[in-house]
Design a protein around this ligand. Structure first.
Ligand SMILES: [Fe+2]
Length: 374
């Protein structure tokens, strides 16, 4: 079996191929369990190199697709799922480093692992490759088994990440299903995510916390799945016993999301978004700064959106009326007064909800999501 020796673009590697016989990988080693044949995208402009790489992966259970240049690769990535990218450091249209940076800056491709190949010897190339976002780096010539082993290990990690993502996706779908059962709340999740991230940004919260606020917009009421419809959709005020059950949605929601470690930053929002500054809220009766800051930020946005949205039992209030009510609640010692004051300035800058068109709102939301992902 030949050693993988990529023909260099420039500069020439001057490295000779090794000729010792190699032990082929066994079918058992190759037959990792995937729920679909993983797709590997090879990006290489030199035909000989692409053929060599394809040959090295021929006996594996993977589906291999090829691109000659970065623009072709972006089209393939936009059109379907790719589980692993193999890219040469040196490419004519765009360097492998720039390509990596773009893949990792894009929310839809950032979790796709990248194996960077190069014939250029030296630790500097490897450092630059990893710094640009490549997950693994392989200097050529390389043993074909080494290439396949790297590929297999990277695909195993990808499969684990996919599983985590799937679990998160299921939770988000569940949360949206809960929200959509109440036909009157409309795009409440999206709007609360939008407003809470805006307020979080205004007070300088770090990107990880902003991302948690964004996710909290969708997940905060997931615990309502445990509340009977007769209570959730009751026409008229809840009695004392019904309120006790309704209030459990905070703790139940936290219990549902706690097993997902990636959702840990969102848990304080789910549990504490009904606490009050004076300690009269639920479920823990936390007071003032005992209430996690992220939950206080979220709460202001949540209340504002509820006030400015039409519900069967009330019309949509204007921005100014909603801010007045929030300020009144701050005076009554229910809300963090500084956050309420800052939020008032925030929504003025964002523009009144009624004047924000759906398309411009969705555009802003998309920009924000990409910014957070980056
Ligand atoms: Fe809630």
């Amino acid at each position: 079996m030949a050693t993988l020796r990529i023909v260099p673009n420039s500069p020439p590697s001057g490295v000779t191929a090794r000729t010792e016989p190699l032990r082929p990988t066994t079918p058992a080693e190759e037959a990792d369990s995937f729920d679909h044949p993983p797709t590997i995208l090879i990006i290489e402009d030199i035909d000989t190199n692409r053929r060599l790489l394809r040959g090295m992966l021929k006996a594996t259970p993977y589906r291999v697709v090829e691109a000659r240049r970065a623009s072709e690769a972006f089209s393939i990535l936009a059109g379907g799922s790719v589980d692993l990218i193999i890219v040469n450091l040196l490419m004519p249209e765009m360097s492998g480093l720039e390509f990596c940076r773009r893949i990792k800056a894009n929310r839809t491709t950032q979790l796709t692992p990248i194996l960077m190949l190069t014939s250029v010897q030296g630790v500097e190339s490897e450092i630059a490759g990893i710094a640009s976002g490549a997950d693994e780096f392989l200097t050529l010539p390389a043993h074909p088994d080494l290439l396949r082993t790297r590929v297999r290990a990277m695909l195993r990690n990808k499969a684990a990440i996919d599983t985590l993502e799937e679990a998160e996706t299921i939770l988000f779908a569940l949360a949206q299903a809960v929200e959509k059962r109440d036909q009157h709340t409309g795009a409440h999740c999206e709007r609360v995510a939008y407003y809470s991230v805006a307020l979080g940004s205004a007070i300088g919260l770090p990107p990880r916390t902003l991302q948690a606020l964004h996710r909290g917009g969708y997940l905060h009421d997931i615990g309502k799945i445990c509340v009977p419809d007769a209570i959730l959709f009751k026409n008229g005020p809840l009695d004392e016993q019904e309120w006790v059950i309704m209030k459990t949605h905070t703790v139940r929601g936290e219990e549902i999301c706690r097993p997902m470690k990636t959702l840990a930053p969102v848990l304080p929002i789910i549990r504490s978004h009904h606490e009050r500054w004076d300690g009269s809220g639920y479920p823990d009766g936390q007071k003032g700064e005992e209430i996690p800051l992220i939950a206080r930020v979220f709460q202001v946005a949540d209340i504002y959106d509820a006030l400015t949205s039409e519900r069967p039992y009330k019309p949509a209030l204007s921005r100014d009326s909603a801010i007045e009510i929030l300020e009144d609640e701050a005076r009554r010692n229910w809300r963090d007064p500084e956050l309420v004051s800052l939020f008032g300035q925030c929504v003025i800058e964002l523009g009144e909800k009624d004047t924000v068109t759906e398309s411009s709102f969705q555009g802003s939301l998309l920009n924000m999501q990409q910014h957070l992902a980056g």
